[in-house]
Design a protein around this ligand. Structure first.
Ligand SMILES: Nc1nc2c(ncn2[C@@H]2O[C@H](COP(=O)(O)OP(=O)(O)OP(=O)(O)O)[C@@H](O)[C@H]2O)c(=O)[nH]1
Length: 292
């Protein structure tokens, strides 16, 4: 078979054919024989054993023209290595880019977090400013209006509720005699005194320049008047600043059934007017609802 493959290769001119495998000269010499000639086998074997190694190689080379090429295709290996290196490089580049991007994202996130915190603080400040008076830190008129005047009140609420309007007497003189700054200090201290004296549930509002409203839920008229007395005494006893002493006038009204807070406030205001008219430093009460 080997002889015929070799002949076939020669006949066809397949001299460039490369066969991977092993078929070196160490191969034993073999022969094929037809059945009729079997009696020649012992003699042929004897003849084969008598062939020297050199002769064997000569026979082999004559009939076996297949050369063994131990060929490793370095070009393919280099190409594969190149592709692998390129893939590794691309992956490393991608990882590097992801790392840089993540770091930049982290910085941006931190900045965003700071901005969010600042915005939240600013919003809280804005919320506070929209509801409070900056000088006294009490609720402002806008807050009182939105919470108690504009909002529909619960008409079925039968709990007593009182409104007190308090105004500083002759406050203009304090400004005139001691200066506007001193006037501001007096107002801020007065606000502190009010907050420290009323109950936690009472709502103290700076209604205007030196005018304040105290909304007292679940408080009967008598108790509201007593609160005014307590406040009047404390205010008279307080040294506000630089020996400045003040007095205040109070108007009180208890909310009638189904009466709006605005109407009740109007009655309290009228009572305050009477207190001022009656000589100041006193409390006046309005007991009946007013028709508009
Ligand atoms: N310092 C200071 N003064 C203020 C402020 N708001 C209003 N005022 C002053 O408060 C004074 C109020 O004066 P008036 O309305 O005449 O009342 P009054 O002098 O208290 O007199 P009666 O209320 O009638 O007892 C004015 O001089 C205002 O300029 C403020 O925020 N700070």
């Amino acid at each position: 078979m080997r002889g015929s493959a070799s002949t076939y290769i020669k006949q066809r001119g397949l001299t460039e054919l490369k066969i991977a495998g092993w078929g070196g000269p160490a191969d034993e010499l073999r022969y094929g024989i037809t059945q009729e000639l079997q009696h020649l086998i012992p003699r042929l074997n004897y003849a084969l054993r008598g062939i020297s190694e050199q002769q064997r190689l000569a026979i082999y080379n004559k009939w076996n023209n297949v050369s063994v090429v131990e060929d490793i295709d370095y070009q393919v290996a280099i190409q594969i290595l190149g592709i692998l290196a390129a893939i590794i490089f691309v992956l490393m580049l991608r990882n590097y880019n992801i790392k840089i991007y993540s770091q930049a994202l982290e910085v941006k996130n931190k900045q965003l977090e700071e901005l969010r915190g600042n915005l939240e603080r600013k919003n809280q400040q804005l919320d506070f400013l929209s509801a409070h008076d900056p000088l006294t830190k009490l609720y402002n008129r806008h807050y009182f209006n939105s919470q108690y005047i504009d909002k529909k009140q619960d008409e079925n609420n039968v709990e007593p509720m009182c409104l007190i309007i308090m105004d500083v007497d002759y406050f203009k003189l304090i400004n005139d005699n001691f200066g506007h700054n001193t006037g501001d200090i007096v107002l801020a201290k007065l606000a502190e005194l009010l907050i420290n004296t009323v109950r936690g549930s009472d709502v103290v509002t700076r209604w205007g320049g030196e005018e304040f409203i105290i909304l007292c839920p679940k408080l009967a008229l008598q108790s509201a008047c007593e609160l005014c007395q307590r406040l009047a005494i404390q205010i008279q006893q307080t040294q506000f600043t630089d020996g400045v002493k003040i007095t205040c006038s109070f108007g009180v009204a208890q909310r009638e059934a189904n009466e709006s807070i605005l109407m009740c406030l109007d009655r309290a205001d009228k009572a305050l007017y009477r207190a001022k008219d009656g000589g100041r430093n006193q409390t006046c009460i309005d007991t009946k609802a007013v028709d508009f």
